[in-house]
Design a protein around this ligand. Sequence first.
Ligand code: NAP
Length: 285
Amino acid sequence: MSEGPKAFVVGWPIEHSRSPLIHGYWLDRHKLAGSYAKLAIPAERIEEFLRAFAGQGFVGGNVTIPHKEAAFAIADVVDDSARAVGAANTVWMEGDKLVAANTDTHGFMAHLSVSAPDWRKAARPVTVLGAGGAARAIVHGLMSAGVPEIRIVNRTRRKADGLCAYFAPSASTLLRAWDWDRRSDALEDAGLLVNATSLGMVNSQPLDVDIQALPAKAVVADIVYAPLETDLLRRASGRGLTCVDGLGMLLHQAVPGFERWFGVRPEVTPELRQLIVNDLRSEKC
Ligand code: NAP
């Protein structure tokens, strides 16, 4: 019997990646022959690896920290999702060409629509905390969805300005950079708050933002998923706001890659979510 397509996730370090659990679950559920490996490759060897994986029998894979920008730069062809973000997390071969895409935008937007279907009903501004790679993917998705105003609030103001310059100009979305010390003010009248910083993650500093200014029907999304219920989401839930956690983004971003490598569009099920929740809990996150 054929061993089926081989895919991978590559990063440095890689021990804590949940991607093998996610793809392993879908392979089992769909009774597909195939495998998904976890590969630790340092920065100085990533180009060599990305150019040679097909020769090792892989059809493609996920690329994670710190290689997302390198994958984008090395690829022969980048799709619109990667070009918009300037980074890639999914790669595959088309003939002898290395192709790269970014599925973080899809992951965030898909999970937002499932968890808070009415998130844009009020057509209010969106406040995004952070201006790193994840923030860029999210801003791209929000702009594509036609959000009228996005406030980018980042500790390093230069990066917030840079993010605004990267995406502007857009006819439909006003993009504004805000100083970090005004992060609580930037929530006034906002319909959606997104934490796209690493603050609030286990072993990181807490996210110190006062959410009282958020309107009563606002949605609060945190892309940190360890812990699953961050302090931000706990406080938002205490105020009765709709909460969107970071795990759904992680699960949904894996869907397009699985479909490409293994030929079946998988679903993000409650059972899959529970599998990853249990794994996170086993690490006391
Ligand atoms: P990144 O490019 O390194 O950006 C990190 C962001 O956090 C920057 O805006 C940085 O601000 C800010 N930050 C870090 N420490 C801070 C501090 N002490 N005070 C204020 N701001 C601080 O990382 P990324 O790839 O965007 O990822 C950000 C987070 O999202 C990570 O926790 C990552 O695990 C998570 N993530 C989750 C998913 C998911 O599927 N749920 C997907 C991607 C990423 P400066 O610009 O000032 O440094």
